[in-house]
Design a protein around this ligand. Structure first.
Ligand code: PGA
Ligand code: ZN
Length: 430
Protein backbone atom coordinates (compact mmCIF):
# COMPACT_ATOMS: atom_id res chain seq x y z
CA UNK A 1 0.00 0.00 0.00
CA UNK A 2 2.75 2.46 1.09
CA UNK A 3 4.82 1.61 -1.96
CA UNK A 4 1.86 2.03 -4.30
CA UNK A 5 1.06 5.43 -2.80
CA UNK A 6 4.66 6.59 -3.06
CA UNK A 7 4.98 5.43 -6.65
CA UNK A 8 1.67 7.08 -7.50
CA UNK A 9 2.80 10.32 -5.89
CA UNK A 10 6.02 10.32 -7.89
CA UNK A 11 4.09 9.74 -11.09
CA UNK A 12 1.64 12.50 -10.18
CA UNK A 13 4.33 15.05 -9.50
CA UNK A 14 6.17 14.57 -12.79
CA UNK A 15 6.25 17.71 -14.93
CA UNK A 16 4.06 17.30 -18.01
CA UNK A 17 4.64 20.69 -19.58
CA UNK A 18 5.74 24.24 -18.90
CA UNK A 19 4.18 27.17 -20.72
CA UNK A 20 4.96 30.85 -20.59
CA UNK A 21 3.03 33.87 -21.77
CA UNK A 22 3.51 37.57 -22.10
CA UNK A 23 1.62 39.59 -19.47
CA UNK A 24 1.75 43.27 -18.57
CA UNK A 25 3.95 44.41 -15.71
CA UNK A 26 3.48 47.44 -13.47
CA UNK A 27 5.07 49.82 -15.97
CA UNK A 28 2.71 48.69 -18.75
CA UNK A 29 5.37 46.77 -20.62
CA UNK A 30 5.45 42.99 -20.82
CA UNK A 31 6.92 40.48 -18.46
CA UNK A 32 6.57 36.71 -18.15
CA UNK A 33 4.01 34.50 -16.52
CA UNK A 34 4.93 30.84 -16.48
CA UNK A 35 2.74 27.85 -15.67
CA UNK A 36 3.89 24.37 -14.73
CA UNK A 37 1.51 21.48 -15.34
CA UNK A 38 2.07 18.14 -13.62
CA UNK A 39 0.98 14.64 -14.62
CA UNK A 40 -1.90 14.67 -12.13
CA UNK A 41 -3.24 17.94 -13.51
CA UNK A 42 -1.88 20.14 -10.71
CA UNK A 43 -0.69 23.44 -12.12
CA UNK A 44 0.49 26.71 -10.77
CA UNK A 45 1.79 29.96 -12.22
CA UNK A 46 4.17 32.70 -11.22
CA UNK A 47 4.94 36.01 -12.82
CA UNK A 48 8.30 37.60 -12.43
CA UNK A 49 9.55 41.20 -12.35
CA UNK A 50 12.48 43.02 -13.82
CA UNK A 51 14.34 46.12 -12.62
CA UNK A 52 14.31 49.67 -13.90
CA UNK A 53 17.79 50.43 -12.57
CA UNK A 54 19.19 46.93 -12.92
CA UNK A 55 22.71 46.24 -11.66
CA UNK A 56 25.36 45.81 -14.32
CA UNK A 57 26.22 42.30 -13.12
CA UNK A 58 22.79 40.77 -12.53
CA UNK A 59 21.17 38.02 -14.60
CA UNK A 60 19.87 39.65 -17.76
CA UNK A 61 16.28 40.05 -18.86
CA UNK A 62 15.87 38.97 -22.47
CA UNK A 63 13.60 41.37 -24.35
CA UNK A 64 12.55 40.84 -27.98
CA UNK A 65 14.28 43.99 -29.24
CA UNK A 66 11.70 44.06 -32.02
CA UNK A 67 10.89 47.77 -32.20
CA UNK A 68 7.56 47.08 -33.93
CA UNK A 69 6.14 45.66 -30.67
CA UNK A 70 6.17 47.33 -27.25
CA UNK A 71 9.13 49.53 -28.26
CA UNK A 72 11.34 46.45 -28.33
CA UNK A 73 10.39 45.33 -24.80
CA UNK A 74 8.25 42.35 -25.83
CA UNK A 75 8.74 38.97 -24.15
CA UNK A 76 7.99 36.62 -27.03
CA UNK A 77 11.60 35.48 -27.28
CA UNK A 78 11.56 34.56 -23.59
CA UNK A 79 8.20 32.78 -24.03
CA UNK A 80 9.70 30.73 -26.85
CA UNK A 81 12.75 29.86 -24.74
CA UNK A 82 10.49 28.53 -21.96
CA UNK A 83 8.11 26.65 -24.28
CA UNK A 84 10.56 25.24 -26.78
CA UNK A 85 13.91 24.91 -25.01
CA UNK A 86 13.29 24.57 -21.28
CA UNK A 87 9.95 22.73 -21.19
CA UNK A 88 11.13 19.66 -23.19
CA UNK A 89 14.23 19.41 -20.99
CA UNK A 90 12.19 19.33 -17.78
CA UNK A 91 9.31 17.15 -18.95
CA UNK A 92 9.20 14.01 -16.79
CA UNK A 93 11.27 15.50 -13.95
CA UNK A 94 9.72 15.35 -10.48
CA UNK A 95 8.51 18.87 -9.73
CA UNK A 96 9.31 18.40 -6.03
CA UNK A 97 13.00 17.94 -6.84
CA UNK A 98 13.81 21.65 -6.93
CA UNK A 99 17.55 21.19 -6.71
CA UNK A 100 17.62 18.89 -9.74
CA UNK A 101 15.36 21.27 -11.67
CA UNK A 102 17.60 24.23 -10.93
CA UNK A 103 20.72 22.24 -11.75
CA UNK A 104 19.22 21.46 -15.16
CA UNK A 105 18.36 25.13 -15.65
CA UNK A 106 21.89 26.06 -14.63
CA UNK A 107 23.38 23.53 -17.07
CA UNK A 108 21.20 24.83 -19.89
CA UNK A 109 22.78 28.25 -19.44
CA UNK A 110 25.92 28.33 -17.28
CA UNK A 111 26.90 31.87 -18.33
CA UNK A 112 27.39 34.18 -15.30
CA UNK A 113 24.54 36.48 -16.29
CA UNK A 114 22.27 33.95 -18.03
CA UNK A 115 22.88 35.67 -21.33
CA UNK A 116 21.86 32.68 -23.47
CA UNK A 117 18.42 31.90 -22.10
CA UNK A 118 17.77 34.96 -19.93
CA UNK A 119 17.30 35.28 -16.20
CA UNK A 120 13.63 35.98 -16.88
CA UNK A 121 12.97 32.65 -18.65
CA UNK A 122 15.00 30.61 -16.19
CA UNK A 123 13.67 32.23 -13.01
CA UNK A 124 10.05 32.02 -14.10
CA UNK A 125 10.44 28.27 -14.57
CA UNK A 126 12.37 27.79 -11.34
CA UNK A 127 9.82 29.62 -9.21
CA UNK A 128 6.80 28.14 -11.00
CA UNK A 129 8.16 24.66 -10.23
CA UNK A 130 8.59 25.52 -6.54
CA UNK A 131 5.10 26.93 -6.31
CA UNK A 132 3.55 23.93 -8.08
CA UNK A 133 5.48 21.56 -5.83
CA UNK A 134 4.16 23.33 -2.74
CA UNK A 135 0.64 22.73 -4.03
CA UNK A 136 1.38 19.05 -4.65
CA UNK A 137 2.86 18.69 -1.19
CA UNK A 138 -0.05 20.66 0.31
CA UNK A 139 2.33 23.00 2.11
CA UNK A 140 2.33 26.78 2.32
CA UNK A 141 5.00 28.01 -0.06
CA UNK A 142 7.18 29.42 2.74
CA UNK A 143 7.21 26.04 4.51
CA UNK A 144 7.98 24.24 1.26
CA UNK A 145 10.98 26.55 0.67
CA UNK A 146 12.21 25.92 4.21
CA UNK A 147 11.85 22.17 3.82
CA UNK A 148 13.59 22.12 0.43
CA UNK A 149 16.64 24.01 1.69
CA UNK A 150 16.89 22.47 5.15
CA UNK A 151 15.78 25.43 7.26
CA UNK A 152 14.41 23.93 10.46
CA UNK A 153 13.79 25.88 13.65
CA UNK A 154 10.40 27.19 12.49
CA UNK A 155 9.40 30.79 12.04
CA UNK A 156 9.62 33.04 15.05
CA UNK A 157 9.94 36.47 13.49
CA UNK A 158 8.28 38.07 10.52
CA UNK A 159 10.35 40.29 8.23
CA UNK A 160 9.74 43.96 8.98
CA UNK A 161 8.75 46.54 6.39
CA UNK A 162 11.35 48.68 4.73
CA UNK A 163 8.68 50.78 3.08
CA UNK A 164 9.73 53.10 0.29
CA UNK A 165 7.99 56.43 0.98
CA UNK A 166 9.70 58.78 -1.46
CA UNK A 167 11.35 57.93 -4.73
CA UNK A 168 13.64 59.60 -7.19
CA UNK A 169 16.48 58.54 -9.46
CA UNK A 170 15.31 56.36 -12.32
CA UNK A 171 11.96 55.73 -10.64
CA UNK A 172 10.60 59.27 -10.85
CA UNK A 173 11.05 62.27 -13.15
CA UNK A 174 12.69 65.42 -11.81
CA UNK A 175 12.75 64.25 -8.20
CA UNK A 176 16.02 63.47 -6.37
CA UNK A 177 19.30 61.91 -7.55
CA UNK A 178 18.91 59.38 -4.75
CA UNK A 179 16.59 56.58 -5.79
CA UNK A 180 14.72 55.71 -2.61
CA UNK A 181 13.94 56.97 0.87
CA UNK A 182 12.26 54.36 3.07
CA UNK A 183 10.80 54.04 6.52
CA UNK A 184 12.17 50.95 8.26
CA UNK A 185 10.40 49.56 11.28
CA UNK A 186 12.77 48.78 14.14
CA UNK A 187 10.43 48.60 17.14
CA UNK A 188 8.76 45.50 18.50
CA UNK A 189 5.43 45.48 16.71
CA UNK A 190 3.45 42.56 15.45
CA UNK A 191 3.42 42.25 11.67
CA UNK A 192 0.21 44.09 10.88
CA UNK A 193 1.09 46.91 13.28
CA UNK A 194 4.51 47.26 11.66
CA UNK A 195 2.90 47.54 8.20
CA UNK A 196 0.45 50.07 9.67
CA UNK A 197 3.32 52.11 11.13
CA UNK A 198 4.89 52.37 7.68
CA UNK A 199 1.62 53.39 6.04
CA UNK A 200 0.73 55.93 8.75
CA UNK A 201 4.12 57.60 8.33
CA UNK A 202 3.76 57.48 4.53
CA UNK A 203 0.39 59.26 4.86
CA UNK A 204 1.88 61.77 7.29
CA UNK A 205 4.64 62.44 4.75
CA UNK A 206 1.96 63.14 2.14
CA UNK A 207 0.52 65.86 4.37
CA UNK A 208 4.01 67.23 5.05
CA UNK A 209 4.82 67.40 1.34
CA UNK A 210 1.54 69.15 0.57
CA UNK A 211 2.19 71.63 3.34
CA UNK A 212 5.48 72.44 1.68
CA UNK A 213 3.93 72.95 -1.74
CA UNK A 214 4.73 69.60 -3.35
CA UNK A 215 2.45 67.32 -5.34
CA UNK A 216 1.80 63.91 -3.84
CA UNK A 217 1.65 61.87 -7.04
CA UNK A 218 3.27 58.48 -6.82
CA UNK A 219 6.14 57.01 -8.83
CA UNK A 220 7.01 53.56 -10.12
CA UNK A 221 7.19 52.01 -6.65
CA UNK A 222 4.00 53.58 -5.30
CA UNK A 223 5.92 56.09 -3.14
CA UNK A 224 5.70 59.87 -3.49
CA UNK A 225 7.66 61.17 -6.43
CA UNK A 226 7.78 64.81 -5.45
CA UNK A 227 8.66 66.93 -8.46
CA UNK A 228 11.14 69.79 -8.03
CA UNK A 229 12.67 68.61 -4.77
CA UNK A 230 15.45 71.10 -4.13
CA UNK A 231 18.12 68.73 -2.82
CA UNK A 232 18.76 65.11 -1.90
CA UNK A 233 18.66 66.10 1.77
CA UNK A 234 15.26 67.84 1.84
CA UNK A 235 13.31 64.54 1.76
CA UNK A 236 15.09 63.50 4.96
CA UNK A 237 13.80 66.59 6.69
CA UNK A 238 10.25 66.03 5.45
CA UNK A 239 10.34 62.36 6.49
CA UNK A 240 11.74 63.24 9.90
CA UNK A 241 8.97 65.81 10.39
CA UNK A 242 6.39 63.33 9.12
CA UNK A 243 7.52 60.74 11.69
CA UNK A 244 7.46 63.30 14.49
CA UNK A 245 3.86 64.14 13.65
CA UNK A 246 2.82 60.53 14.30
CA UNK A 247 2.99 58.52 17.50
CA UNK A 248 6.11 56.70 16.32
CA UNK A 249 9.49 57.56 17.80
CA UNK A 250 12.50 57.93 15.49
CA UNK A 251 15.32 55.50 16.34
CA UNK A 252 13.05 53.57 18.72
CA UNK A 253 10.10 52.57 16.55
CA UNK A 254 11.30 53.50 13.08
CA UNK A 255 14.31 54.74 11.17
CA UNK A 256 15.03 56.02 7.68
CA UNK A 257 16.72 53.88 5.03
CA UNK A 258 18.37 55.31 1.95
CA UNK A 259 19.01 53.69 -1.39
CA UNK A 260 20.98 56.26 -3.35
CA UNK A 261 21.66 53.58 -6.04
CA UNK A 262 24.92 55.43 -6.49
CA UNK A 263 25.96 53.58 -9.66
CA UNK A 264 23.31 55.65 -11.42
CA UNK A 265 25.09 58.96 -10.73
CA UNK A 266 28.70 57.73 -10.77
CA UNK A 267 30.50 59.22 -13.74
CA UNK A 268 34.22 58.92 -14.49
CA UNK A 269 35.16 58.33 -10.86
CA UNK A 270 32.89 61.04 -9.41
CA UNK A 271 29.47 61.08 -7.78
CA UNK A 272 27.47 63.71 -9.60
CA UNK A 273 24.71 64.97 -7.31
CA UNK A 274 23.01 67.37 -9.67
CA UNK A 275 20.24 68.27 -7.19
CA UNK A 276 22.86 69.41 -4.67
CA UNK A 277 25.04 70.90 -7.43
CA UNK A 278 27.93 68.86 -6.06
CA UNK A 279 30.43 66.50 -7.58
CA UNK A 280 32.14 64.30 -5.02
CA UNK A 281 35.00 61.86 -5.10
CA UNK A 282 34.42 58.66 -3.13
CA UNK A 283 35.80 59.86 0.19
CA UNK A 284 33.79 63.09 -0.03
CA UNK A 285 30.72 61.00 -0.73
CA UNK A 286 31.40 58.98 2.44
CA UNK A 287 31.78 62.21 4.46
CA UNK A 288 28.48 63.42 3.02
CA UNK A 289 26.80 60.26 4.41
CA UNK A 290 28.53 60.67 7.77
CA UNK A 291 27.05 64.16 8.07
CA UNK A 292 23.59 62.85 7.19
CA UNK A 293 23.87 60.31 10.01
CA UNK A 294 24.57 63.10 12.48
CA UNK A 295 21.36 64.89 11.57
CA UNK A 296 18.79 62.27 10.62
CA UNK A 297 17.63 58.93 12.07
CA UNK A 298 19.18 56.89 9.27
CA UNK A 299 19.53 53.18 9.95
CA UNK A 300 20.61 51.89 6.55
CA UNK A 301 22.35 52.94 3.33
CA UNK A 302 22.05 50.69 0.27
CA UNK A 303 24.42 51.09 -2.67
CA UNK A 304 25.92 54.20 -1.11
CA UNK A 305 28.77 53.79 -3.59
CA UNK A 306 28.86 52.43 -7.13
CA UNK A 307 29.07 48.77 -8.11
CA UNK A 308 32.50 49.43 -9.66
CA UNK A 309 33.91 51.36 -6.71
CA UNK A 310 34.97 48.31 -4.63
CA UNK A 311 38.01 49.91 -3.05
CA UNK A 312 35.98 52.65 -1.42
CA UNK A 313 33.30 50.38 0.02
CA UNK A 314 35.89 49.34 2.60
CA UNK A 315 36.31 52.82 4.20
CA UNK A 316 32.53 53.28 3.95
CA UNK A 317 32.11 50.04 5.90
CA UNK A 318 34.81 50.88 8.44
CA UNK A 319 33.34 54.28 9.18
CA UNK A 320 29.64 53.46 9.30
CA UNK A 321 29.00 49.75 9.79
CA UNK A 322 28.92 49.94 13.59
CA UNK A 323 26.08 52.42 13.38
CA UNK A 324 23.96 51.38 10.42
CA UNK A 325 23.25 48.68 7.87
CA UNK A 326 25.61 48.96 4.89
CA UNK A 327 23.65 47.21 2.17
CA UNK A 328 24.78 45.77 -1.15
CA UNK A 329 22.31 45.59 -4.03
CA UNK A 330 23.89 46.46 -7.40
CA UNK A 331 27.20 45.63 -5.70
CA UNK A 332 26.26 42.05 -4.92
CA UNK A 333 23.30 41.32 -7.28
CA UNK A 334 22.20 38.28 -5.21
CA UNK A 335 25.18 36.34 -6.53
CA UNK A 336 27.18 34.07 -4.31
CA UNK A 337 30.51 35.00 -5.90
CA UNK A 338 30.00 38.73 -5.52
CA UNK A 339 28.74 38.31 -1.96
CA UNK A 340 31.84 36.23 -1.18
CA UNK A 341 34.03 39.06 -2.43
CA UNK A 342 32.00 41.60 -0.45
CA UNK A 343 32.50 39.53 2.72
CA UNK A 344 36.21 38.92 2.09
CA UNK A 345 36.80 42.61 1.46
CA UNK A 346 34.61 43.66 4.42
CA UNK A 347 32.34 45.96 2.47
CA UNK A 348 28.79 45.21 3.68
CA UNK A 349 26.85 43.90 6.66
CA UNK A 350 23.52 43.51 4.81
CA UNK A 351 22.38 42.36 1.39
CA UNK A 352 19.39 42.88 -0.89
CA UNK A 353 17.94 39.60 -2.15
CA UNK A 354 16.18 39.71 -5.54
CA UNK A 355 15.73 36.25 -7.09
CA UNK A 356 15.71 37.65 -10.61
CA UNK A 357 19.24 38.97 -10.12
CA UNK A 358 20.35 35.37 -9.50
CA UNK A 359 18.28 33.46 -12.06
CA UNK A 360 17.08 30.39 -10.12
CA UNK A 361 15.71 29.73 -6.65
CA UNK A 362 18.65 27.50 -5.73
CA UNK A 363 21.22 30.12 -6.74
CA UNK A 364 19.26 32.70 -4.73
CA UNK A 365 19.32 30.37 -1.73
CA UNK A 366 23.07 29.79 -2.08
CA UNK A 367 23.55 33.54 -1.67
CA UNK A 368 21.11 33.61 1.25
CA UNK A 369 22.91 30.76 2.99
CA UNK A 370 26.31 32.42 2.56
CA UNK A 371 24.84 35.62 4.00
CA UNK A 372 23.39 33.76 7.00
CA UNK A 373 26.69 31.97 7.68
CA UNK A 374 28.42 35.34 7.84
CA UNK A 375 25.84 37.28 9.84
CA UNK A 376 24.92 39.40 6.86
CA UNK A 377 21.36 40.68 7.25
CA UNK A 378 18.96 39.92 4.40
CA UNK A 379 16.42 42.27 2.85
CA UNK A 380 14.16 40.69 0.25
CA UNK A 381 13.14 43.31 -2.29
CA UNK A 382 10.57 44.14 -4.94
CA UNK A 383 11.79 45.53 -8.28
CA UNK A 384 11.29 49.14 -9.21
CA UNK A 385 10.04 48.98 -12.75
CA UNK A 386 8.42 45.87 -14.13
CA UNK A 387 6.78 44.45 -11.00
CA UNK A 388 3.79 42.12 -10.92
CA UNK A 389 1.16 41.12 -8.37
CA UNK A 390 3.07 37.92 -7.64
CA UNK A 391 3.93 37.41 -3.96
CA UNK A 392 6.60 34.67 -4.17
CA UNK A 393 9.24 36.99 -2.69
CA UNK A 394 7.19 37.40 0.48
CA UNK A 395 7.06 33.64 1.11
CA UNK A 396 10.77 33.57 0.40
CA UNK A 397 11.43 36.38 2.90
CA UNK A 398 9.46 34.55 5.60
CA UNK A 399 11.14 31.23 4.82
CA UNK A 400 14.66 32.60 5.17
CA UNK A 401 13.89 34.78 8.20
CA UNK A 402 14.80 37.97 6.35
CA UNK A 403 15.17 41.06 8.53
CA UNK A 404 13.23 43.19 6.07
CA UNK A 405 11.07 43.20 2.98
CA UNK A 406 11.58 46.27 0.83
CA UNK A 407 8.33 47.15 -0.91
CA UNK A 408 6.53 50.38 -1.85
CA UNK A 409 3.37 51.40 0.05
CA UNK A 410 0.75 51.72 -2.73
CA UNK A 411 -0.17 50.35 -6.20
CA UNK A 412 -1.64 46.87 -6.37
CA UNK A 413 1.60 45.09 -7.23
CA UNK A 414 3.08 46.39 -3.94
CA UNK A 415 0.06 46.17 -1.62
CA UNK A 416 -0.43 42.53 -2.68
CA UNK A 417 2.95 41.83 -1.13
CA UNK A 418 2.16 43.46 2.20
CA UNK A 419 -1.21 41.71 2.19
CA UNK A 420 0.53 38.35 1.71
CA UNK A 421 2.95 39.22 4.53
CA UNK A 422 0.06 39.97 6.87
CA UNK A 423 -1.79 36.85 5.71
CA UNK A 424 1.17 34.66 6.66
CA UNK A 425 1.54 36.52 9.97
CA UNK A 426 -2.11 35.82 10.75
CA UNK A 427 -1.54 32.11 10.04
CA UNK A 428 1.47 32.09 12.35
CA UNK A 429 0.06 34.46 14.95
CA UNK A 430 3.07 36.78 14.64
P1 PGA B 1 15.21 48.36 -9.65
O1 PGA B 1 15.80 49.20 -8.44
O2 PGA B 1 14.37 49.33 -10.41
O3 PGA B 1 16.39 47.93 -10.45
O4 PGA B 1 14.44 47.22 -9.12
C1 PGA B 1 15.43 49.03 -7.12
C2 PGA B 1 16.64 49.10 -6.25
O5 PGA B 1 17.73 49.52 -6.69
O6 PGA B 1 16.56 48.69 -5.11
ZN1 ZN C 1 18.87 49.19 -4.69
Amino acid sequence: MGITCKRKKNMDSKIRSIKAREILSSNGLPTLETTVLCANGTNSSVSIPYGESAGKYEAVTIFDEDKSRYEGYGMLKAVKIVDEIISPQLAGVDVTDQKQIDQKLFDLDPTPQKTNLGGNSLLSVSLACAKTASVIEKLPLYIYIQKTYGFDGGITNMPKPNMVVLEGGKHADNSTDFQEYSVSVIGKFNCSDSVRAGIEIYRSLGRELKLNGFNINVGAEGAYAAVSMKSNIDPLLYIKNAIEKTKYIPEKDVGISLDPAASEFYESGFYNLSKDQKKFNSSEMITYYENLLDNYPIISIEDGLAEEDWDNWKPLFTKLSEKIMIVGDDLTVTQEKRLKRAIDEKTINSIIIKPNQAGTLTETMATVMLAKDNNIKTIVSHRGGGETTDTFIIDLAVAIGAEYVKVGPTRGERTQKYNRLMEIAAELNL
